[in-house]
Design a protein around this ligand. Structure first.
Ligand code: SF4
Ligand code: SF4
Ligand code: SF4
Ligand code: FES
Length: 945
């Protein structure tokens, strides 16, 4: 067996708590009730040959390879589909069984190319293994008859091939697509000899509904579905477990290696966030880490109109430190600061915030979470007492009604979406509150019970209206509120909610959603035994983002939906380590663990450990940094892994601020848009080189293990440490494990965490300390972290961003499955085959009045600026609303977004911009290229949700 292949027990683990005793080949064994004989045998170390069974899928019983004999029963039942019974005596080996299995295998092999030695799966092929284990030596039937040996190979997918000549029609791929991924892209077409796997009528994989999650490839027991990276490079020789660095699901992967080259990323069956599943990004889009665009040597320049000069690490770090010190001497201690990155590990982030607080001696540290989930931190802290989601992902399997608000899980959190879809197929009800008809509203075998297509900017009145109906119709969980919540605040909230302006009829007028639908959705959620709320940036990136987070927490508390499995308020975090970068003290007013810098006791604990006195005044947030830079007061910035020039709103203002600074140090993989304004470039590391931890959306601390040495020569925490030392602050970690030890010592929620502990237990959800030694999957079980749950009044204050005759449409933004944020990584992979330009979605009626057709290049203008995009006409958006993604720098989507932001946290209002769309007058070269791809991308958009 291949050294890196993960164990496969043949059928899924039984969830039963009860056990039975059975005997397999004379050996007594105890297994869970409901376990298949196949699994029971494998658990006790006996391998029964199998082909159509695998432990990620329900047993199917088609290949007849796993036959066994059971004492007292006639015939030869398939062990994969036969559950154990108490006292059962099973024989897995006998002369008859051996003959039966050999005969079956002979039939398979008689229609299979015998090219094992040159096959890419050689050594990692279940068919080959089983042929060996059943002792097949000859094939009596010859290869002259009808066969499939000339069947064509489909190479259309950039990452895997489908060689039909090797298919044994075991249906594992079809079932993986249905049961694991939930896309239902594959079928077995035809019958008997003519049966074959099909990705759609006359379609290849690329043009089918396939979303390239790789589940079918992983399930295939032969070389039929095979990663092209294995075809090109051969089989791996060792593996390392690590964590995906794309989204906040935090999938665990087995990096399969050949020397120091990754040849395949396979989702880890033991991964507690993903349970062996993946999406196209984590599974296949890791090639950017060795892309030729990566900068491998430090560079400096005196001014941004000069060319970069490659220098040694010492020179680059020394130059940056000297410039920062000179700026502080000239303009004061607070004239510099920095940004931490949610793409980096906790240890790297912690080092940066410590360097800024202890080395720069101010609190001018902020993080890219400012522009995504800062309202989550604020809103959940106010109401529940902690700045994090309440549940583990698997809690969704106990939810009866799922309320998805401003999130598009099938594209942004695909592996969690697959789990949610499984629960919906089991019968859970679904309410989607989103201006756009996202994939969950209607997809294969899933249909939302209510879609509330509200106008961008009307989340708060909508959540108030839901609460209004719930109160009016007596759906409040009075006992829960009485026992668990602050009742004074509840009464005040109730009085506010019952105001006439929060009735469905009134809210219908401003949101555009029918009052009956609001009522129906409220009744459904209010009447649920377990109601769970999942939300994303469509909640937070508004001028009332924090209000809306509190509105959802109010709704969950009022209906008794916090503190057990199947319920909760669950932020779907965008980036891999948003939760962690916030936990690590990246905000200008909070030290690690969300403790105020003004708190003398907290500050003293850090001062003692860090050996320096700390500034008690909160520092600048990102928008303040830009404003101060434009005003001439903020002159230098250390930017860790964040492309501010592309990802922050109102690009003209951001660029003016960056331009005004005297020393910008960018630490990144690539020369990004921000690097155009930088004076020092320090090359960063990809996740494949990092040694540390990420924290996912469920507060799960996952290990990130290096599969290769830092390619540019230095770990990122070490770069920060050397910069701190050069600035005069002694930092002396010898490993990232030591940094985690310090985090654990100084941060109560992390007291029990260490690399050694994580390596032993796999992963753990914080708080993890003396009270919760193995972590805390569900928060607020008996009490809220803040004591009594606090209801906060959520009056609607409309955004200042209004439509008018000049800007009559509302632009909202989102993501696409194959691309990630500003696209720095995914644009450097073959994911570009699906989507290489941002498109503008516009409703047919809005398009028609403007003379816009499918593929027309349009100009999109707002009060802030103007950009050009190719239009795609779709009813996914409602009249009056247009939508685009923001993955390409050429698009400059943030040229048009405004300076409006959340009142509490300054999170930008990306989701609401008043715009006008007109056919563009000029066409540039790259826009012509867009046209060529527009058709495929429009088709992809139809299916990719
Ligand atoms: S492609 Fe692989 S998994 Fe699918 S039916 Fe053929 S052999 Fe089985
Ligand atoms: S890659 Fe995923 S979506 Fe595509 S066919 Fe396979 S299982 Fe289905
Ligand atoms: S769901 Fe997120 S964490 Fe998982 S593989 Fe995809 S991008 Fe990576
Ligand atoms: S493995 Fe049991 S019938 Fe195929």
């Amino acid at each position: 067996m291949n050294k890196v292949r993960q164990a496969d027990f043949g059928t899924p683990l039984s969830k039963s708590a009860d056990t039975v005793k059975v005997e397999i080949d004379g050996l007594p064994t105890t297994v869970k009730v409901g376990t298949s004989i196949l699994r029971a045998a494998r658990e006790s170390g006996v391998d029964i040959p199998k082909l159509c069974a695998t432990d990620s899928l329900k047993p199917f019983g088609s290949c007849r390879m796993c036959l066994v004999e059971i004492e007292g029963r006639k015939g030869f039942p398939a062990s994969c589909t036969t559950p154990v019974e108490a006292g059962m005596k099973v024989r897995t080996q006998s002369k008859t069984l051996a003959t039966l299995r050999r005969n079956v295998m002979e039939l398979y092999i008689s229609d299979h190319p015998l090219d094992c030695l040159t096959c890419s799966a050689n050594g990692d092929c279940e068919l080959q293994d089983v042929a060996g284990s059943v002792g097949l030596r000859d094939v009596r039937y010859g290869f002259d008859g009808e066969n499939h040996l000339d069947a064509e190979t489909d190479n259309s997918n950039p990452y895997f091939s489908f060689d039909a000549s090797k298919c044994i029609v075991c249906s594992r791929c079809v079932r993986a697509c249905d049961e694991v991924q939930g896309t239902f892209a594959l079928t077995i077409e035809g019958r008997g000899f003519n049966s074959k796997v099909s990705a759609g009528i006359s379609e290849d994989f690329l043009d089918s509904e396939c979303v390239s999650c790789g589940a079918c490839v992983q399930a295939c027991p032969t070389a039929t579905l095979m990663e092209k990276s294995i075809v090109d490079n051969g089989q791996p020789d060792h593996s390392v477990k690590t964590t995906c660095a794309y989204c906040g699901v935090g999938c665990s992967f087995v990096a399969e290696m050949k020397g120091d080259q990754v040849v395949r990323m396979t989702p880890d069956n033991d991964g507690q966030a993903n349970h062996g599943h993946s999406c196209v990004k984590g599974r296949f889009a890791w090639g950017y880490s060795t892309h030729r665009d990566r900068v491998m040597e430090p560079m400096i320049r005196d001014s941004i109109d000069q060319p970069w000069k490659k220098v040694s690490w010492d020179e680059a770090i020394g130059h940056a430190a000297t410039r920062f010190k000179e700026i502080q001497e000239q303009y004061g201690r607070k004239s510099i600061g920095g940004i931490t990155s949610s793409r980096c590990t906790n240890e790297e982030v912690y080092a940066v915030q410590k360097f800024i607080r202890a080395g720069m001696r101010n609190n001018n540290v902020d993080t890219c979470a400012r522009v995504c989930h800062s309202p989550t931190g604020y809103g959940l802290k106010q109401t529940l007492g902690t700045s994090a989601g309440t549940q583990p992902f698997e809690s969704v399997m106990d939810a009866d009604v799922i309320l998805v608000i401003g999130a598009n899980p099938t594209v942004a959190h695909p592996v969690f979406a697959s789990q949610m879809k499984r629960r919906l197929q089991e019968g859970a009800k679904l309410v989607v509150m989103d201006p756009r008809k996202i994939g969950l509203v209607k997809s294969a075998r899933i249909s939302a019970d209510y879609h509330l297509p509200l106008l961008p900017g009307t989340n708060v009145p909508m959540v108030n209206a839901l609460a209004h109906v719930i109160i009016q119709e007596g759906l409040i969980d009075e006992e829960y509120v009485r026992e668990r919540c602050d009742t004074d605040s509840f009464e005040a909230w109730k009085a506010m909610i019952l105001k006439p302006e929060n009735s469905p009829e009134e809210v219908s007028k401003i949101s555009g959603v029918a009052a009956d639908d609001i009522r129906g959705a409220a009744r459904l959620f209010g009447g649920a035994k377990n109601g769970a709320i999942y939300y994303g940036l469509g909640v937070t990136e508004h001028s009332q983002g924090s209000t809306m987070v509190m509105g959802m927490a109010n709704l969950a508390m009022a209906t008794g939906n916090i503190g057990r499995s199947g319920v909760g308020v669950n932020p779907l975090r965008g980036q891999n380590n948003v939760q962690g970068s916030c936990d690590m003290g990246s905000f200008p007013h909070e030290l690690p663990g969300y403790r105020p810098v003004q708190d003398d006791v907290v500050r003293a604990s850090f001062e003692k450990h860090w050996g320096v006195s700390l500034d008690p005044e909160p520092g600048f947030r990102i928008p303040n940094m830009f404003d101060e830079a434009c005003a001439g007061n903020y002159k230098g910035m250390y930017i860790q892994g964040e492309d501010l020039a592309q990802s922050d709103p109102n690009t003209h203002h951001v660029e003016a601020a960056l331009n005004a600074m005297e020393c910008i140090v960018v630490q990144d993989l690539f020369l990004n848009e921000t690097a155009k304004f930088a004076h020092v470039f320090l090359p960063g590391t990809s996740f494949l080189e990092k040694d540390g931890t990420f924290i996912n959306a469920e507060r799960r601390i996952n290990r990130v293990r290096p599969v290769m040495q830092p390619r540019q020569g230095k770990h990122e925490w070490l770069i920060t440490q050397e910069l701190a030392i050069a600035m005069g602050y002694p930092m002396n970690y010898s490993s990232s494990a030591e940094i985690m030890d310090e985090i654990a010592e100084l941060t109560p929620e992390f007291n029990n965490v260490s690399f050694e502990f994580l390596d032993r237990v796999g992963s753990v959800q914080w708080p993890c300390n003396a009270e919760a030694p193995m972590g805390t999957p569900i928060m607020h079980i008996d009490n809220f972290v803040r004591g009594k749950g606090l209801f906060v009044e959520t009056d609607y204050v409309p955004t200042e961003e209004r439509t008018n005759r000049k800007f009559p449409l509302l632009l909202t933004t989102g993501r696409i499955l194959s691309q990630y944020n500003v696209g720095a990584q995914t644009r450097r992979t073959d994911n570009m085959v699906w989507y290489n330009a941002d498109l503008l979605e516009i409703h047919p009626s809005d398009a028609e009045v403007r003379g816009i057709q499918e593929g027309t290049l349009v100009s999109l203008s707002s009060r802030k600026g103007e950009i050009a995009l190719v239009a795609t006409i779709t009813e996914r958006v409602q009249p009056g609303v247009v939508y685009t993604t923001f993955h390409n720098p050429e698009t400059g989507a943030n040229v048009v977004t405004t300076e409006h932001s959340d009142w509490a946290t300054n999170c930008p209002e990306y989701k609401v911009t008043a715009v006008q769309i007109t056919p563009a007058k000029h066409r540039t070269e790259w826009q012509h290229e867009f046209d060529e791809n527009a058709k495929r991308q429009a088709e992809f958009l139809e299916t990719a949700d």
